[in-house]
Structure formats: structure tokens, C-alpha cells
Design a protein around this ligand. Sequence first.
Ligand code: DAT
Ligand code: MG
Length: 135
Amino acid sequence: MAVTQTFVMVKPDGTKRGIVGDIMSRFEHRGFKLIHAKQLVMSSAMAEQHYSHLSAKPFFQELVDYITSGPVFAMVWEAENAVQLSRSMIGPTNPAEASPGTIRGDYGTSVEANVIHGSDCPENAEREISVFFGQ
Ligand code: DAT
Ligand code: MG
């Protein structure tokens, strides 16, 4: 299995609650190597691009308002099979369906405030890494 990179981002509910350190520890403990990290507030344009696959959904504007409502903590992590492994650590979109031990299962409070974003395929990982960190 090839060593690959994925994009992970703690959302405003997670930075507000001070759980960035715990989330980073989880990735370190699982053997991921940290490549990039920074805190920023996303612009509306950045949020609309990041969530463009959801632009037709009725909750789209709410989602953009939420993700731009405070700081996010963006990271690039490297591991074997990084995308799939990080998605399994993160858990399903709805925290109510996420098992204890997953990040969303342990910390998520609603579908919107689900703590963390993780790329869902290697192509999106590459695109998201370049949007947030350049080439
Ligand atoms: P994921 O974040 O698990 O990759 P996604 O890409 O389908 O899920 O959606 C991106 C975010 O949009 C998700 O983390 C929370 C929000 N979202 C998704 N479905 C929603 C819904 N039915 N109601 C409100 N927010 C939703
Ligand atoms: Mg997604």
C-alpha cells in the first residue's frame, strides 16, 4: 500500500471546544506523519468551493455560514492508505450514527457540528491540499 497524504480540518465547533490537540494526538498515535498545519478563518468563497458538491442542497447556505463562523484548523497528514484510514477514524457524517472511539462518535453533537472534515478520496485530498496549502 502506497504512502499517501490526506487533508483533515477541525471545524469551528472543534476549535471552539479546544479539542485540536486531542485530534492531532489521535493521528500521531495511529502512525500518521504531520506535513502541514495552520489555523485560519475560511472566506465564503473558499467555503463555497470546498463544499461545491453540496451546492444544490437546502442546507448549503447554512453550511457555508457555519464553516466560516470561526477558526478552522487545517492539516495535511501522511500515512499508508491515508484517506481511507482517516475516514475510518473520523466516522460517518452524522455523529448519531458514529461509533464511540471515532472522532465524530466521541465529540460530534449534530450533523452540522460534526467536529472534523476529512477528504473522501485521493483526488479530493490532492485538490483540498492545494486549495489550503498551495502546491
Ligand atoms: P462528510 O463531511 O462526512 O464528508 P459530506 O461531504 O457529505 O460529509 O458533507 C459535508 C458536510 O456537510 C458534513 O460534514 C456536514 C454537512 N451536511 C451533510 N449532510 C447534511 C445534512 N443532511 N444536513 C445538514 N448538514 C449536512
Ligand atoms: Mg465530504
